[in-house]
Structures are given as C-alpha cells and as structure tokens.
Design a protein around this ligand. Sequence first.
Ligand code: DLL
Length: 447
Amino acid sequence: MPWNAEESLSRPELAKLQSHRLQKVCERVYARVPFYKKKFDEKGIKPSDIRNVQDIVKLPFTKKVDLRDNYPYGLFAEPLENIVRIHASSGTTGKPTVVAYNRNDISLWADVMARTFTCAGVTSKDVVQNAYGYGLFTGGLGAHYGAERVGAAVIPISGGNTQKQILLLQDFGSTAICCTPSFALYIYDVACEMKINLDTIKLRVGLFGAEPWTEEMRREVEERLRIKAIDIYGLSEIIGPGVSSECIEAQSGLHLNEDHFFPEIINPETGEPLPYGQEGELVITSMSREAMPLIRYRTGDITSLNPEKCVCGRTLVRMRRVRGRADDMLIIRGVNVFPSQVESVLLRTKDIAPHYVIEVDRKGRMDVLNVRVEVTAECMEKLAAKVLSTDLKSFAQEEEDLIKIKRDIQKNVKDIIGVNTEVTLVPPSAIQRSEGKAKRVVDNRPK
Ligand code: DLL
C-alpha cells in the first residue's frame, strides 16, 4: 500500500491538483520573491495567466546560477523568522547552494520520504541504519525524518566509520540501510576483510542514491550484500531525497512525487519540452514548497519519464534511472560519454571489480580516455599462484588473460560508446573508496 492516497490518483484528478498547486506557487513567488517578480515581468506573465498545469511552459526557467547570484537568502519566500532549517550543497567551485525550509516544508519532506521508505517496503517493524551524512547535505536528515515518520527505529550513524557500520549491522540487527551505492560496496569490502559471515546480518533492503549508478551496479550490490537495492533520487534545491523512488515490487523506474514536484523533460540545448519516453534534462517545479519554491528548476540530470501505471498500484509517473548529469558528460573527441556508460561495460566484464576511475587527459590536440579499474581478488589470487608456480607457461597464460580482459573492455567501450580508451588494470583496493558520493571522473584537460 502506498503511503498517501495522492500516489494513486487518476490522471485527471492529479492534473486538477497540480493545476491548483501551480497557481498557488506562482502567486506566492510573484508576491514574495523579487527575483521571480522580475523574471515573470520580463516574460510579460502574471500568476493569473497560469490557469492549469499545461501553462507551465509559459514560465521562466530557474538555473543553479540564479541560486548563486541570490546567495545566500535572496530566493527565500518567507521571512527568516519562519525558516526552521537551512541546508546547503557544496558545489565544486565557489560558494555553496543554500536552501531553506519552514515547518510545513519539513513536514512535507518527512512525508515524501515516508513514501520513499514505503516504496522500499520499510515499515515500523524495521531497523533503519542511516549512513547518509548528517549535516549540510540533505541525505542524512531527509532519510532520518522519513524513516521516523513510518515508525521505523532509526540509527543515525551518519556516513563513514565503516567498521562501526558493520558492528551495528551485526549487533543492532539493521534490516534496512541508507547510503550511496558506492559506500554500500565499500562496507561489503570491509566486511569481507573482517571475515564477517553475511548470514549473521539481517539486512534485507538498501535505499541507495545521491550519485549515478547503473543496473549492473545494482546487481553487484544485491548479489554481494544479498539484499534488494532500491534507487532513490532527489536534490537539495527541490527538497533533498524524496523527489522520486523505485518501488520494491517492480524496481523499474522511480515514482516521482509529481503531486508536489512537477516534472518536465526538456532538450538541454534548446529548452524545448520533450514528450514522455524521450530522454533529456529533468526540470522540476516544487509546487508545495513554502520557504523556497523553485519554478522550472533545471536539475541538469538526464532521464526520461514513463506514465504507465505500475504493478505496485501507484499512478505517479516513473523516471528512468538517471544516466548522469549534463555537466558530468565528457566530450571525448566529439563523442558524448557518460561515466555510467563506461560503468555498464566494466561491470559486464568477467574478473573486474566495481571500482574504477575515468581519467581524461589531453595529449597534443587529442583527448585521451584512460579507465583505471580493479581486477577482482579471485583474479589476483589466480595470478599470484601462477607467479609462485614454476610453471612459466601457465604464468604466461595468465598474462594473456589480463591482456584479454583489457582488450574486451576496450572493444566493448568502442562498440557501445564509440571511443578508443586506454585501460589500466590495478589490484584490489587500489582505487580510493568513497564514504559519500563517489568521484568517478578526473578530468585533467586544460579548461
Ligand atoms: O544527493 C539528495 C539525495 C540524498 C538523494 C540521498 C538521494 C539520496 P544533492 O547533494 O543536492 O542532493 O545532489 C543532487 O545528486 O541532481 C543528481 O545529479 C545526483 N543524484 C541524486 N540521487 C541520484 C540517483 C542529494 N538516485 C544530485 N541517481 C542530483 C543518480 C542522483 N543521481
């Protein structure tokens, strides 16, 4: 059963609710946020021109740079005395992006996160180990309030502290874990080093997000940790986690809480709206937010929307797993490459572990892509045994096996993505592990 009735409305009922909320939010920002008044006026739009949800295309976009230009409090639609929480996400450069919540926003957030936990099958009977970072990052507190709202017992361990995570998994009997997918794999690695028998832990589901990951990565996480891995999505600017989530029944697309967050897909180059099914940039209007609603916010995330009803009974549109951010897309000799495409190729290769870094350099005028990826511990053991053996022929054979792994990766990257790549195989644990969002790309090209 979904958490709220609004998750299973008919399309006409939903459109009615969306239209009403869109009108209200336009009135709110026009009256309270000078930035939006100016933007609306420039387009010659009044809130009364927005009669239903289709009119959304008349509204101006909001971009990340608008949050920076109005740093820190310029986009607040409430006086500071009504603000009860401020979060921020650290950009790669410069000042953080600031977001604010009033009491109703915090309650809304708990509710949409309760939907997320319910989607993942988490109830009051569960023990939730919350390994998202608590702090300015929205992951920790967002998951915390949502898990409490469904009545689960929350362990607010926050990120990092990997050995302690494992101790609590064992001793506190956690049945659900919340963290980035890359941290989940790190926890698994450390559990193996500690020789923990995974049969002694009760974990059955993970709510993973905050970074792009692939179907292949899901399979790895599910097989290794012996759990169901649920993809959850969100961004600070809109609310934090709680924008969309997969359901455990289908694990096929993330139900987007479109009664509160109106989604559009646009062509990132032209800004033109794209129909259901077509891939483009996700744009969201946070219609129910009060302290800092955003109109047509360009998330930079690349996905598509699917309106088909799901087996779980929810009617909310489903967004496909995010392929990556438009600004993470690498252009290598004119070809667009998403790190997630490289991840798919790597994880389909035998003897390769799910730990990698993509390095881009410029040699002369050429962009050179180098994938550094770990071989599995089993592969390493085989190799070590051959090195120790006096049987030089089998050692040579093993070297050939490594060359074959490299060639397979190169061939598949070329076939699927269309670029040549260098591959460096490294031993287990050589790639730095992440306790939060993984950094997969090192771009050394001059800007
Ligand atoms: O990462 C909120 C969050 C916390 C989501 C915990 C899920 C779980 P930010 O730090 O503002 O907020 O980063 C938002 O992270 O625009 C995406 O590019 C990326 N992202 C978040 N979830 C996913 C996901 C949080 N499931 C940015 N798949 C977003 C792919 C994701 N990318």
